[in-house]
Design a protein around this ligand. Structure first.
Ligand SMILES: [Zn+2]
Ligand SMILES: [Zn+2]
Length: 384
């Protein structure tokens, strides 16, 4: 597709006068300004950007008497080429900075930025940042719950001026430059003539108000840095890496924005004996051969009092017993998980000769069917 000519790009007839061209240009700029496409999908944005460049270039030519004449007569803004001829045209358009300059004159520099020139962001409410902290607790503290504190160094709204930044409210007055509007109108001389531009008032930063006497505590910022000790209630059953969030306890918001959150990540120290999986606890306990063979009662630690666990006669090593309700409390239910006890039969070492003799006598008394696993194993092996 052939590229549109400059007149078509601006949507005007070839005979259009200076005023028509300017009006058409402004309309097109409004329509295709990158700010309007900042959140659009990439292809649409790219297309608008190209169109925007085209209309700016078209206007650059058509708004300049010399370039326009060249374009009208020769179809190019550079005019006729004189190969090796007189250098009269070299730099002949000096004084006009070209496309980039025009661009920046219109849009206060960086026309493609998302925040267009003159648009104020300083008076918009800004929420405070979140503060994230780590809090280490013991295994037992997590199981039973506890009260802790954290030290937070954060920004806060100044209490002396209630965040206003002024010594007292009467020291806040309308800005005498913008008369309270936060916006000033400036007239700029550009190559298009005099342009009226509305920009943020520098005197008041766009707020429309100025402080005649600042608060001494915050020096007019309305915000101070404070170290605070924040109590943290850790509920029974809290698990490793759980977070506790306190709304409003983070960094101070500004211009009426909300404070950030204080997010506390709980790190639970590992226990020497227990392992935790959700609300269940796991423990390995060594037992004697005698306990395993004859059976007996063993003492088992829990997160509370010790309990007594009955080991039945003939218990094999690595047998797991479930002790119901001796696990960890559920955070939102009045019930607990379970405790799983795995017994490990320990083989005694360094027997003396008397013990060896007793064991040999014992072994000799055993009949084949008393070793269940061995019997099964042998039957499979011999039949092969
Ligand atoms: Zn002002
Ligand atoms: Zn203050």
């Amino acid at each position: 597709m052939a590229k549109k000519n400059y007149y078509e790009q601006l949507g005007v007839d070839k005979g259009a006068n200076e005023q028509d061209i300017k009006a058409a240009y402004r309309k097109s700029v409004m329509k295709y300004h990158p700010d309007r496409f900042a959140t659009k999908p990439e292809p649409e944005r790219k297309k608008a950007e190209d169109t925007f460049k085209d209309i700016n270039h078209a206007y650059d030519v058509l708004s300049n008497a010399e370039k326009k004449e060249n374009y009208d007569n020769y179809g190019t803004e550079e005019g006729p080429k004189y190969n090796g001829g007189a250098g009269g045209f070299d730099g002949g358009f000096g004084g006009f900075g070209g496309f980039e300059d025009i661009f920046s004159q219109f849009f206060g520099g960086g026309g493609s930025g998302r925040q267009g020139g003159g648009r104020s962001t300083r008076t918009m409410p800004v929420n405070g940042d979140d503060i994230t902290m780590r809090l280490d607790i013991t295994f037992e503290e997590a199981i039973h719950g506890c009260e802790k504190t954290v030290k937070v160094y954060r920004t806060e709204k100044c209490a002396d001026c209630k965040g206003l930044g002024a010594k007292d409210p009467s020291k806040i007055v309308d800005c005498n430059v913008c008369h309270g509007s936060g916006v000033v109108t400036a007239v700029q001389n550009t190559i298009f003539g005099r342009q009226t531009v509305r920009t943020k008032c520098n005197n008041c930063g766009g707020k429309g108000k100025v402080i005649t006497e600042k608060c001494g505590t915050c020096r007019g910022t309305g915000i101070i840095k404070k170290e605070r000790t924040i109590p943290v209630a850790i509920p029974a059953g809290t698990d490793n890496n759980q977070t506790i969030t306190y709304y409003n306890e983070g960094e101070a918001g500004s211009n009426g924005g909300a404070n950030g959150r204080l997010i506390i990540i709980i790190v639970v120290k590992e226990h020497d004996l227990f392992e935790r999986d959700g609300n269940d606890l796991y423990i390995n306990i060594p037992i004697t051969i005698s306990d395993a063979v004859i059976g007996g009662k063993i003492s088992v630690p829990t997160t509370g009092k010790n309990i007594s666990l009955t080991i039945p006669a003939g218990t094999q090593s690595d047998t797991k017993f479930r002790v119901k309700g001796y696990g960890v409390k559920y955070l939102k239910k009045d019930m607990k998980g379970d405790l799983y006890v795995t017994v490990e039969v320990e083989i005694p070492q360094k027997l003396n000769s008397k013990q060896v003799k007793l064991l040999q006598e014992f072994e000799a008394s055993i009949v084949a069917k008393q070793y269940d696993s061995k019997k099964t194993f042998l039957s499979k092996w011999i039949n092969k």
